[in-house]
Every structure is written in structure tokens, then in C-alpha cells.
Design a protein around this ligand. Structure first.
Ligand SMILES: N[C@@H](CCC(=O)N[C@@H](CS)C(=O)NCC(=O)O)C(=O)O
Length: 325
């Protein structure tokens, strides 16, 4: 016989509940992922993810304090306990997952590194960047990847490295480098901040895998479960067609998968230390994965990024969440 499940235990969840808020490390300002809007509210996919976790815990997606972090500061902020979650266009790599005292919890956005150049240069591919000077931000995977790329292709290049994103963009804008390299989604966002976006293009090659996802401190498996299953719940809700609008009516659904997801049958929230309707709370706060994607990065946003790899597996993409059962 199976032993009765242990009560959910997570020191981080206890602290968060006492504090009444999740603290979430986000980007200092990256359109589509995390940036304050004109009224000072944080918006974006990474922001919505934190709101989803807050909603799962408090039934209220507003119970988050956002802490803006640049590339260099981000891991220390999580390690030191300044934030409970790092949800900041951060690539899951082996060294970060194993030697920084952190754990990643799934992939929120499948990205890859690209190059932005002036259209007037007439370049066709990344391989045309022979001898180019390349602007890149320090403390990122991007800084390491360009070294790999130019070594592999036996091409010379000159890195122009800055610690802050504004410095990198400014340097590119002022012609201090021929190309700006970053994750493709970030280049799409940054290009729109340039005075004449149409004068710049993003070369089609992706030179790396950049699986972006939320990280937590190692050693609190209960908290990691909450973060990981919040992501899976958002993806599963899209797959089952449950949206922000339909979530209440879907309580009457006869589909057993929907009934389990919404806590009508069984109580899958309990093992996370959450209420039975934790997923319904997430959906009411931010909607399912597809809804937050479209609003922040897709057709409902200035970025107009296609779902591509970030479509559900059944639509030819890579999003595949384990089932609730
Ligand atoms: N995904 C890459 C890059 C992440 C990254 O920090 N990108 C820069 C370039 S767009 C950024 O977001 N900078 C904003 C900041 O540091 O404030 C990583 O995890 O290292």
C-alpha cells in the first residue's frame, strides 16, 4: 500500500505567505518580457509568470513585488534570498543549474541567439560578420556564445562588451560596433527602441539554444514544485482550451482532464500546499500560456512575434507539459 502523502512543506511558501507577497526578480526593462507600462505597472511574459505564481498562492495576481535586476546581479539576488523567483529572460544552462545553488523549472520561452545589423550593410547571414565588431552585454550566455561561433567558423571578430543593456544599445546606435548580439526576442524588442527601426534587420541565423525559464534557489523542492507546476498548468490550460474568459463556465465541463485541472475532481493543489482551485486562480489572473504570449509578445503586442517553437506540441511547437493526474 502507498504511504499517505506527506503534507506539502516549503519554507519559501511559508515565508511568502507571512509576507503576503512573492518577490520576483525581473528584467530592468525589456518589452514583452518585463517592463513598467506608462502607469508604472509591470507587464510582460516573465511578469505574468510571477503573477501566476502569486495567484496560485493568494488567489490574487497583484501580490508580487518586482525587483528589477540586470544580467550580472540576477543570480546573486536569488542566491541571497532577495527574490523568491528569478523570472528574467534567463537561459537554463548546465552550469547555472548545477553550480550556482539554483534550479530551473521548465522552459517559458524557447529562444536562440541572433545578430542585429544595419540593413545598409547588405549582410545575408551571420557568417558574413567576418572581422566585425560585435556589441554584447556581459554576464550573459550571449557573451560566451559569440566566442564559440567565431571559433567554430574560424572568423575573426572584436567583442565590444558592456555591463548594462542601455550601454550596449547606445553603442550599437552610435556605430561603435557593426552588430548587436542577444537572444532573438530581445533584439526584436530592442530594435523597436531605435530611432529608425526599419534601418536595422535581424539576421536569420540562430547561433545557440536559449531556453528561457524561471529559476529558484536549490534546497526547497516544495517551492520548485509550485513554480514548475504553475508553468505546466498554464500550458495544459491552453491545450485543453480553458481561458481567462471560460474558466468559470468550464467548471461544468464533463472533460475529466479539465475537471482535474480546475480542482473539481481530486485536489491536486493540496500536495503543493495550495487550494484546490489554484489553476482557476492563475487563469483568472493572467490567462493560459497562449493568452499571455499573444498579449505580451504576439499579435496583441507591438513585437508581433509568431508562436513558432513556442507553440503547443500538438500545433508543431515545443511546448509539452506533463499531465495533471
Ligand atoms: N538569455 C541570456 C541573456 C539574458 C540577458 O540578460 N540579456 C540582456 C540583453 S537584451 C538583457 O536582458 N539585459 C537587460 C539588463 O541587464 O538590464 C542569459 O540568460 O544570459
Amino acid at each position: 500500500m502507498l504511504a499517505a502523502p506527506a503534507a506539502a512543506q516549503s519554507p519559501t511558501l511559508e515565508t511568502v505567505k507571512k509576507r503576503g507577497q512573492v518577490t520576483c526578480g525581473v528584467n530592468t526593462g525589456l518589452a514583452g518580457f518585463s517592463a513598467p507600462d506608462d502607469r508604472g505597472n509591470w507587464v510582460g511574459l516573465d511578469v505574468d509568470f510571477c503573477r501566476a505564481v502569486a495567484a496560485a498562492i493568494f488567489r490574487d495576481g497583484r501580490r508580487v513585488r518586482f525587483v528589477p535586476l540586470n544580467a550580472k546581479e540576477r543570480f546573486t539576488a536569488l542566491q541571497s534570498g532577495e527574490v523568491d523567483i528569478l523570472s528574467r529572460n534567463t537561459t537554463w544552462t548546465m552550469s547555472r543549474d548545477t553550480s550556482l545553488g539554483l534550479n530551473f523549472n521548465g522552459i517559458l520561452y524557447f529562444d536562440g541567439q541572433a545578430f542585429m545589423v544595419r540593413r545598409s550593410l547588405g549582410l545575408k547571414a551571420a557568417g558574413d560578420l567576418k572581422g566585425a565588431s560585435i556589441c554584447v552585454q556581459s554576464g550573459t550566455t550571449n557573451e560566451l556564445n559569440i566566442a564559440d561561433f567565431f571559433t567554430t567558423h574560424a572568423l575573426r571578430y572584436r567583442p565590444v562588451v558592456y555591463e548594462r543593456l542601455d550601454e550596449v544599445l547606445g553603442a550599437y546606435q552610435n556605430g561603435r560596433c557593426d552588430a548587436f548580439t542577444a537572444d532573438s526576442s530581445q533584439l526584436i524588442a530592442e530594435r523597436l527602441r531605435l530611432p529608425d527601426p526599419d534601418a536595422h534587420e535581424i539576421l536569420p541565423d540562430l547561433i545557440s539554444k536559449e531556453p528561457l525559464g524561471p529559476a529558484v534557489r536549490q534546497g526547497d523542492a516544495g517551492w520548485a514544485n509550485i513554480v514548475r507546476w504553475t508553468l505546466f498548468a498554464m500550458i495544459n490550460a491552453e491545450e485543453l482550451g480553458v481561458t481567462q474568459k471560460t474558466v468559470d463556465a468550464d467548471r461544468e465541463s464533463s472533460n475529466p482532464e479539465i475537471r482535474r485541472l480546475l480542482g473539481i475532481e481530486g485536489n491536486y493543489g493540496q500536495a503543493l500546499g495550495l487550494d484546490a482551485d489554484w489553476v482557476a486562480s492563475i487563469l483568472k489572473a493572467v490567462g493560459n500560456y497562449g493568452e499571455t504570449f499573444e498579449r505580451n509578445l504576439g499579435q496583441g503586442s507591438p513585437l508581433k512575434i509568431a508562436r513558432g517553437r513556442n507553440a503547443l506540441w500538438k500545433d508543431g511547437g515545443l511546448l509539452y507539459a506533463p499531465p495533471v493526474r
